[in-house]
Design a protein around this ligand. Sequence first.
Ligand code: DQA
Length: 149
Amino acid sequence: MKKKIIIINGPNLNLLGEREQSQYGSITFDQLKKKCIEKTNELNLDLKFIQSNIEGEIVTIIQNARKEYDGMIINAAGFTHTSVSIRDALDIFKKPIIELHLSNIYKREEFRHKSMISNVVTGIICGLGGNGYILAINAMHELIKNGNR
Ligand code: DQA
């Protein structure tokens, strides 16, 4: 059976290509989604690519994902730095999780240096722009194959 992964994108990532190009590059959300679909097709993975601006909605998506998906990649965007609830929901997902950021959050304002979710994820990719999504899919493919969390 095909393994299933979910990529969750937090607030404002729907405006990629328009917002802060110096941090996030010129790739649009739709272009990024298309690249991820191509990559997962190549690796024979089933992909759900989702975005929400609403914290509670993301918590519910994470909760529901635990029954359906073999791995999760999450760019929690601004909620990375604030959300205990997203962190707690991720902790319940007992399968591989990759925390992802387009920008290098440690090179930016101090409030971005703290991630609420880093200590409940398997690994972190940041600072590599849109290509980080492709690297995360490759890494998730390996994690699922090897049965790691
Ligand atoms: C981000 C980094 C966050 O600090 C920021 O709030 C975002 C995007 C990134 O992908 O670099 O919205 O997660």
